[in-house]
Design a protein around this ligand. Structure first.
Ligand code: PLP
Length: 361
């Protein structure tokens, strides 16, 4: 059976070495030495500051939304993302609106956003997603932020190694940028995530928030338990040295898929002069019927691609039950036609050939 992805596992000896250290210290969680080391090493590797590791990417989003006090505030996000983007916002009690995506990049459309803002809609925060690692138009978003005064929290769950036109890591964009270190992501700690804060004060508040709101023995705010454990950090440290190798291998696969499927399907348009994390292998069919045929054939051959992200978020039952509807034709069009093919470290060219042979001539 071949799934849409298979988690990368580092050499077991390497992981055990870190675990032995944990056994010796008996310091299992609460910002232990491995969590501290992983924080510094990710900061150095990516070129970011004020990074906080959390127990999941969703936790990082919730902390970010909490810090910006989004309860009952007006927030705009993209309808073409994983459900967690929406769910974390609703969990924090935000007033959520969707803005349509760009039909080429599949990211939140800055043109549509500008139209919404110019129509007089008051917006407190926007939550764009670097969908499938493709960087958003961060420059235009920053310009609109300047003009219309709102907070920007990026969901960078797919984009941990994505760089912009200036070769800077994309996590440097926005007020807060959240990422996921879940087992299915490009780089992982089994479960885990984190956020990068533009403001060092907010980084400090967030560090306290994930520790019940405590600073030392005193609490100055309510908090939650959102800490990463030492065992999770150990997995991250054991994988970090291999990250470049993992990326190279996935990029090889993406190029090979693109070459073999070039005349049969379309692809996401990646922003020029940027480098997108090779997180997924999404393809776009002309029609949903074609997608269904290929998916069925692949399933019969025990290959299980995934329809990320279908249905679009505004069409999820949890949203539609509130009797609110949105006209988001581009998101609906893309969501109906995108299929993510298997992409994981070690997948061979011959496996990719056999997947591509399931496509009609
Ligand atoms: C995976 C993902 C998340 C959630 O991350 P977890 O670490 O699984 O909580 C949030 N947003 C997007 C877009 C994701 O793909």
């Amino acid at each position: 059976m071949i799934n849409v992805t298979t988690p990368y596992l580092p050499p077991i000896e390497k992981y055990i070495k870190y675990v032995e250290g944990i056994y010796n210290r008996k310091w299992l969680t609460n910002s232990g030495p491995l969590t501290q080391e992983l924080t510094v090493r990710i900061e150095e590797r990516l070129g970011v500051k004020n990074l906080l590791l959390t127990s999941s990417g969703t936790m990082a989003l919730q902390i970010a939304f909490r810090i910006k006090e989004l309860k009952n505030k007006s927030v705009i996000t993209t309808p073409f993302s994983f459900h967690a983007t929406y769910s974390a916002l609703e969990w924090q009690g935000a007033n959520i609106d969707f803005c349509d995506i760009d039909k080429q990049t599949w990211n939140l459309s800055t043109q549509e956003l500008e139209k919404l803002l110019k129509s007089g809609k008051k917006v407190d925060c926007i939550v764009p997603v670097h969908t499938f690692g493709n960087p958003c138009n961060t420059k235009q978003i920053a310009k609109l932020k300047e003009q219309f005064k709102f907070d920007v929290i990026y969901d960078s769950a797919h984009a941990i190694t994505t760089t912009d036109k200036n070769k800077k890591n994309i996590l440097n964009q926005g007020d807060i940028s959240c990422f996921s270190l879940h087992a299915t992501k490009l780089f992982h700690t089994v479960e885990g995530g984190g956020a990068v804060f533009a403001s060092s004060e907010e980084h400090e508040i967030a560090s306290s928030m994930i520790n019940f709101g405590l600073t030392g023995d005193k609490a100055f705010q309510p908090g939650i338990n959102g800490k990463l454990s030492e065992f999770h950090a150990a997995m991250g440290l054991a994988i970090l040295d291999d990250l470049e190798m993992i990326e190279d291998d996935r990029n090889r696969q993406k190029s090979y898929y693109s070459k073999l499927l070039n005349s049969k399907v379309n692809f996401q348009e990646i922003a020029q002069n940027t480098k997108a994390s090779p997180s997924y292998m999404p393809i776009l069919f002309e029609t949903q019927a074609q997608l269904n045929i290929v998916q069925k054939t692949l399933n019969e051959n025990s290959v299980f691609p995934r329809r990320y992200f279908y249905p679009a978020l505004h069409q999820m039952p949890v949203v539609t039950k509130n009797n609110k509807t949105w006209q988001l034709p581009k998101a609906e069009f893309i969501a109906q036609r995108v299929l993510c093919l298997p992409l994981y470290y070690g997948q061979t060219n011959s496996q990719i050939e056999s997947i591509c042979n399931s496509f009609p001539q």
